[in-house]
Design a protein around this ligand. Structure first.
Ligand code: HAM
Length: 419
């Protein structure tokens, strides 16, 4: 019996990989323009890193981590997100000593044991970026403008940027008490999970998808109305910078995030096109995280984008490369000459395909069509003797007579087809 992949773990097939390469290349270009450099951190870290940063009472840590002990008895976890590992590396390698402001980006697989559905997988991929070392609101706007630019560069204008503020250790506890009072009065209307959350993580009740809970919290107090003066100023200034750069956004006072490290500005890029999985990117400020992990008192802000979700949004667009030329051959002598020609053109970066093993001319031309080659030529004994071929444009069938010479053919292919 053959062995299949595990549920929620997907193969990326050649038919999709060009789209992923486009997403990754676009992100690299945008990040580089905004001054970010790449960091690569391990996929496996100590479990404690994630429980301490993401929070013991979050869904991720409570239910979704792929944790195991290795042969040495160490408690390890496949990373469920990127920020914790990047901050661990930031602290371990004292990156703040080199520069007071550190701007990093990363891409790679993450693992969460969630119920798989369209846009939600157990192994999924994030492209993320983090800035460490800046307290002021300009950097919040810098990250948000970069996210907006990233989606523009991807050619996606439908997702909307939503922002909120989750306050700080000064104002959030006071707000939390008010929210707990509101939820406690409505215990009977709330689901079992939310009843438990009242004591552990009451803000998560605002995010519950159960209709009864949504109804019961529809008039719950919002953090944004209970910010301290400093957090309120910070949020207002972030907004003014977004306005100054004409960056569109909406305020979503009910937005809470599934990770506990956030303070102040949080945000999501949401789409209406992926059903329940509406967030294509998300992030926020985490001013206490680095210190909490044993590092310097360095504030941070960042985001991560879900590559599978962006790829779904780009599904209609064609990214696969097509051959510039298909060489159909008749006879062994022609095959050698075609192989030499193909090699010379490929050295110039031109994609060429040919028949590998003596199929009929008809079947070779069918393959040229299937590969959507832009041009084709047929090479047989006559063409070898005359050293002349007919270069055929596949879309309109027009032909030109050319010398069978790499420079001549390369000129015709690049000049005419715009590779
Ligand atoms: P997150 O909201 O948990 O944040 O994930 C960010 C993005 O990853 C989501 O908006 C979504 O697009 C994608 N994503 C999450 N879970 C799945 C899944 N099971 N399947 C497919 N895609 C998924 C974080 O992970 C934070 N580390 C972001 C951050 C960076 N905050 C500050 N810096």
């Amino acid at each position: 019996m053959s062995i299949n992949a595990i549920k929620g773990f997907n193969d990326l097939l050649p038919s999709d990989s060009a789209r992923w390469q486009f997403i990754e290349a676009t992100a690299r270009t945008v990040f580089t323009a905004f001054g970010f450099e790449e960091i690569r951190v391990p996929i496996v870290e100590k479990t404690e890193l994630f429980s301490r940063s993401i929070g013991d009472t979050t869904d991720i840590v409570e239910k979704e981590m792929y944790s195991f002990s290795d042969k040495g008895g160490n408690a390890l976890t496949l990373r469920p997100e990127g920020t914790a590992g990047v901050m661990r590396a930031f602290i371990e390698h004292k990156l703040h000593v080199q520069d007071a402001v550190t701007k990093l980006y990363y891409m790679g697989p993450m693992f969460r044991h969630e119920r798989p559905q369209k846009g939600r997988y157990r192994q999924f991929h994030q492209i993320g970026a983090e800035v460490v070392g800046v307290h002021g609101p300009l950097v919040d706007a810098h990250v948000l403008v970069m996210i907006a630019q990233l989606f523009t560069a991807l050619g996606l204008d439908e997702p909307t940027l939503q922002i909120n503020s989750l306050g700080c250790p000064d104002c959030r506890p006071r707000y939390r008490e008010q929210l707990i009072a509101h939820l406690s009065d409505r215990r009977s209307e709330l689901c079992e999970d939310c009843n438990r959350r009242i004591d552990t993580n009451p803000l998560r009740a605002l995010d519950c998808k159960v209709p009864g809970c949504q109804e019961a919290t529809s008039h719950a107090p919002a953090m944004i109305d209970h910010l301290c003066a400093t957090c309120s100023d910070h949020f207002t200034t972030v907004r003014s910078y977004l306005d100054a750069t004409a960056t569109p956004y909406q305020i979503n006072p009910r937005m809470v995030r599934g990770l506990d490290y956030y303070t102040r500005t949080t945000f999501e890029v949401v789409t209406g096109l992926l059903g329940a999985q509406s967030a294509v990117a998300a992030g926020g400020r985490y001013d206490g995280l680095v210190r909490q992990l044993g590092g310097p008192d360095a504030p941070g802000i960042g985001f991560a984008m879900g590559v599978e979700r962006v790829a779904l949004l780009l599904e209609q667009r064609q990214f696969q490369s097509v051959p510039a030329l298909f060489i159909a051959v008749m006879g062994d002598a022609a095959r050698i000459a075609a192989f030499q020609m193909m090699t010379q053109l490929q050295k110039q970066g031109i994609r060429v395909e040919l028949d590998y093993e003596g199929k009929s001319l008809k079947s070779q031309m069918r393959r040229a069509d299937k590969l959507a080659a832009r041009y084709s030529l047929v090479l047989g004994d006559d063409e070898l003797v005359s050293n002349t071929i007919q270069l055929k444009r596949m879309d309109d069938g027009s032909q030109q007579s050319l010398r069978f010479d790499a420079t001549t053919i390369a000129d015709a292919l690049t000049g005419g087809a715009g590779l």
